[in-house]
Write a protein that binds this ligand. Structure first.
Ligand SMILES: NC(=O)C1=CN([C@@H]2O[C@H](COP(=O)(O)OP(=O)(O)OC[C@H]3O[C@@H](n4cnc5c(N)ncnc54)[C@H](O)[C@@H]3O)[C@@H](O)[C@H]2O)C=CC1
Length: 388
């Protein structure tokens, strides 16, 4: 209910907005649109929290609004293969909404089938599930809600660093199994204080992580194609590294916070992992494909990497046999974090200041719109500009 009333007030304030994107579309003739939302099933958990809207049952809390405007809103979790519910609706869908937690992979083949498609909207961060070149060629707009869950993610990264550096998991398993073997934990449990921690990518999430790490009295480094302004760098207390390969051997902990692009796919291959300090802890917050799965599994096996935490979708869990094997072997030093659908529930309702980061693919060179908006409003703003 809270989300629904937030949505209604957001829409009311958007209607009074004089923004060019919005007013352009307000003057366009009203057309009944077909919107397909692809989310994971909430199941029993959907009933536990009325604000848990990021699932099929919650439908992002926008069903009432969309239907009151005469639009058709199909919501499904069935997205794989040509017989999927998603594919059944592709031919006449105008808008597809998806999340990185249960991504609808919009391939060139799907784009070709979707003759009416106008907007691919991610209720979250990252558009790597969309074939951007094919979307650009088809004149589609691809938009994501940059900044939407960055605090949740930065806090989660801090948690994962601590879990691995403090060697929390074996202790947990001992407690659960009624064991007491202090040496089994203590031989590789460390303090964060005094450790060198480097983030590869220091954008919204990377910066928040560095800010959170400052009180731990660590030596903080960052590598990014863009350097922070000197005041911010000083405030955060992190040192800029111009070369990734020069930073890696210095780090006890490496956190990956950059998007998956053509430049970053496979960035952490065998050779690059070999450049890291022996016993390094790696927390990959970004997409799995930045890391060579076999290379990281091998490095865990050899002990070159002492701890590894990655985010993953279920698909990767169930299909990457090699890595599953590695998980079995290295259950103690691998922390495998499943993406969580905390987005719409925990973060957007806070109404913190955020930005829409929309890639408008009207020609082959993307140009970028930036709108400063508030929480869930940014998502509705972009959707509204296509349907009202
Ligand atoms: N695991 C999770 O639950 C989540 C993961 N993410 C992932 O985290 C990534 C980062 O998110 P944000 O910090 O919000 O993005 P952002 O766009 O604010 O920051 C990304 C940073 O990476 C840098 N960068 C990009 N390509 C680079 C390259 N080739 N070389 C050097 N630096 C490069 C950019 O300059 C920028 O500073 C997302 O793209 C997404 O894949 C985001 C949200 C949730």
């Amino acid at each position: 209910m809270a989300m629904k009333s937030a949505a209604s007030s957001a829409i009311r304030s958007l209607l009074s907005s004089s923004s060019s994107t919005f007013s352009r579309n307000l003057h366009a003739p009203a057309e009944r649109k077909k919107i397909v939302g692809v989310f994971y099933k909430g199941g029993e958990y959907a009933k536990l929290n009325p604000n848990f809207v990021g699932c099929v049952e919650g439908a992002l809390g926008i069903r009432e609004w969309l239907e009151s405007l005469g639009h058709q809103y199909i919501v499904t979790d069935d997205k794989e293969g040509s017989n999927s519910e998603l594919d059944k609706h592709l031919h006449d869908a105008h808008i597809i909404i998806s999340t990185p937690f249960h991504p609808a992979y919009v391939t060139a083949e799907r784009i070709k089938k979707a003759k009416n498609l106008e907007l691919l909207l991610t209720a979250g961060i990252g558009s790597d599930h969309v074939d951007l070149k094919a979307a650009a060629a088809a004149g589609l707009t691809v938009a994501e809600v940059t900044g939407s869950n960055v605090v949740s993610v930065a806090e989660d990264e801090l948690l994962r660093i601590l879990v691995l550096v403090r060697n929390f998991l074996p202790g947990y398993h001992q407690a659960v199994n009624g064991e007491w073997n202090v040496a089994g934990i203590a031989h590789r449990a460390y303090d964060l204080e005094g450790k060198t921690i480097g983030t590869v990518g220091a954008g919204r999430i990377g910066k928040l992580l560095l800010q959170r790490l400052k009180p731990f009295n660590c030596n903080l480094l960052y590598y990014d194609r863009l350097r922070m302004n000197p005041e911010l760098e000083k405030e955060i207390g992190a040192k800029f590294e111009e070369e990734l390969d020069a930073m890696l051997p210095k780090c006890d902990v490496i956190v990956i916070n950059m998007p998956l692009t053509e430049q970053t796919r496979g960035l952490f291959d065998k050779n690059r992992i070999a450049k890291c300090k022996k016993g390094v802890v790696i927390v990959n917050n970004a997409r799995g494909a930045i890391m060579d799965t076999q290379a990281i599994a091998d490095a865990c096996t050899s002990g070159h990497v002492a701890g590894n935490s990655k985010t993953s979708s279920q698909k990767i869990l169930s299909t990457t046999k090699t890595y599953e094997t590695a998980i079995m072997i290295f259950v103690m030093n691998n922390l495998y974090r499943l993406w969580r659908g905390c987005l719409a529930c925990a973060t957007s309702s806070k109404g913190s200041s955020m930005a829409i980061h929309a890639k408008s693919c009207n020609d082959s060179s993307y140009f970028w719109h930036y709108h400063r908006c508030t929480g869930i409003i940014e998502f509705l703003y972009y959707l509204g500009s296509f349907i009202m």
